[in-house]
Design a protein around this ligand. Sequence first.
Ligand code: 2HG
Ligand code: ZN
Length: 460
Amino acid sequence: MTDPRLSELARLLPELKLSTDPGDLEHHGRDWTRRWTPAPLAITYPASIEEVQGIVRWANGVGVGVVPSGGRTGLSGGAVAAHGEIVVSLDRMNRVLDFDPIDRILTVQPGIALEAVHNVARERGLLYPVDFAARGSCQIGGNIATNAGGIRVIRYGNTRQWIAGLKVVTGTGELLDLNRGLVKNASGYDLRHLVIGSEGTLGIVVEASLNLTSPPPPSQVMLLAVPAMDSLMRVFAEARHRLTLSAFEFFTDRALHHVLAHGAQRPFEETHPFYVVTEFDAADEKAEAAALSFFELCLNEGWVVDGAISSSEAQAAALWRLREGITESLAPHKPYKNDVSVRISAVPAFMAEMQELLSAEYPHFDVVWFGHIGDGNLHINVLKPADLDNAVFVEQCEHVTSLLVDTLHRHGGSISAEHGIGLVKKPWLSSVRSEAEIALMRGIKAVWDPNGIMNPGKLL
Ligand code: 2HG
Ligand code: ZN
């Protein structure tokens, strides 16, 4: 280790696992956004809160940026280390620390995978309800730092709703123990909620207490073929009225085209403009009958032209695969991603305006729409035409984003619904947050992280 700053770190924390191996720098220096070339100074793998504090104190002393690193499944560049930062990988801090059945609180280290949290909760007869396709790779610390959403927000809310307490190492290396699992705590600013969604810019989550809940009754999954966006809104209103929903997702024929090309099974013979995947409680015959009468109504009204309903877990999983496999199926086409939200009622007008703008200016682009339409959250992936130069593609996509920003502005929407601002959406932060809000955010950052070392360049 030739860098004197790293020798100093090794001297201060002799037990700390540290790597400058090029493979590790490459692996831990980036997330699922592939736009930046990783160039961290080194990767650290702390095994304790004290080691995390030690790293942050050292970084303040030598003026090195600190990039917290979880599963790095983010899509906004929030975990990229491209400027000689020290990466703090939480991979080794992945244990379950405590479970209290009276409180129904599970206390974990930040590096535990979301799927492992699901499994531990299930073994206790309970549910941790935040869920999305990256469950096997993403880590709870990253979920908290980004206030992760996903496919069950419609029923259970975002990660924020499930955090009973947090231990956080601030940008000065101080350890905060926030809320301690209390249900009621009316003692001033709730700093826990500042950390949730702060994208690693205020501190590092080093322990989390998660609220668990009762699992829902058995469910069914329905796939619906929908001829028009207005019909889709009617289907949604009716589903919400008649069923107890735990998900209401949509995708377009282009999305289906790509998942099928990636190996999924074709659900219907014909293709249709839109598809809905919805999951709802189906505890007994009465609930199943309600689902069928909902389907019949949609069919009779012409809002739906075809449908399939799961009658086993395997069938439910196969229907879910059509929606959850989309991101993976698009990856080889180097997609430029946008993740936006508008009020649910504004979705049809917003989408129609955007599609008109896109087909006028970029008729050669394959634009794939899908997402959590029951939350007003749409994912818009523009795929790179094979013959288009990458730099030109990115330039044109940034213009697409500015079209989106204008359209979103008219509909009161947001440029980031659940993926965060990170590096990718930073140029557009001021389109959704006022000058006064951004000034307050900067002020808060300066108090938590006076030397500006925490995840530098992200968000603000
Ligand atoms: C999803 O909902 C994820 O599947 C990824 O948020 C979205 O790939 C995307 O654009
Ligand atoms: Zn999503």
